[in-house]
Ligand binder design. Structure first.
Ligand code: GAL
Length: 237
């Protein structure tokens, strides 16, 4: 029997413009041979009639940066369904696959998760990484720790360790928030903290290649330039 993968995707407000392109590209290139199930967190309209592998979970727009900060909490609304998946992968809204992303994105047996090296930091020194340095945040990373800077836009793994991560990070983020603390790069800061000391698969920036950049990696998954879609401000409205 084919294994199944749950694809986690948030597109509240104007971000819905990215959905069709992402979906078409994932149907073509993501984990061929897997049964793909899409979990779409949105307040918009999505055609689920012709596409039976899409489940819509109502999600109101929280405003920036809460839409990104609270993503793990959003996923937990569907936790029971997510548990039925073999694998779970989160994709940022403005991603499109240009080539096959196959079994190489799955963690190996001894790896807990899959994350992606941030395209802006593969050639930077540790001291330039934008880890959270606020001791009040549970995402805090001291100077001696951390060797690679991870982007928040794509991560995944087998469903049990992935759900364990989102439960832990959602609790940490809530804890911070109750104390009026928001980590520097939101969910991304918390993931960077979480993977320290864990054995994880780190994919190269080919899997998060910013449109219009020239970096020495293959373009497997492109980050669409938000400027072409009205810019951050318009999208976040
Ligand atoms: C930026 C990116 C942000 C965040 C930041 C980290 O390039 O747009 O989302 O990842 O890098 O420094």
């Amino acid at each position: 029997m084919a294994q199944n993968v749950g694809i986690l995707y948030i597109c509240t407000g104007n971000y819905i413009i990215f959905w069709e392109g992402f979906y078409r590209s994932a149907e073509k290139y993501l984990l061929p041979g897997f049964e793909r199930h899409y979990f779409v967190f949105t307040d918009g309209q999505i055609n689920t009639f012709e596409n039976q592998n899409i489940k819509v979970i109502y999600q109101e727009k929280l405003g920036w940066p809460l839409d990104t900060l609270f993503r793990f909490k959003m996923f937990l609304k569907a936790e029971d369904d997510l548990r039925t998946m073999d694998y779970l992968y989160f994709f940022n809204a403005n991603l499109v696959l240009l080539q096959t992303a196959g079994n190489e994105i799955l963690p190996c047996e001894n790896e807990e998760l899959t994350v992606v090296q941030h395209p802006g930091f593969f050639n930077k020194k540790r001291k330039e990484f934008t880890y959270d340095t606020n001791k009040k945040s549970l995402a805090y990373i001291p100077k001696e720790e951390g060797t690679v800077y991870i982007a928040g836009g794509l991560n995944g793994g087998a469903s049990v360790p992935y759900l364990k991560m989102i439960n832990a990070l959602s609790a940490n983020i809530d804890d911070d928030y109750r104390r009026k603390v928001i980590a520097l790069w939101h969910d991304e800061s918390h993931i960077n903290r979480y993977i320290i000391g864990k054995n994880v698969k780190i994919l190269p920036p080919s899997y998060l290649y910013p449109e219009g950049w020239d970096i020495p990696f293959e373009k497997t998954i492109l980050i669409l330039d938000k400027k072409r879609f009205g810019g951050h401000k318009a999208l976040r409205r």
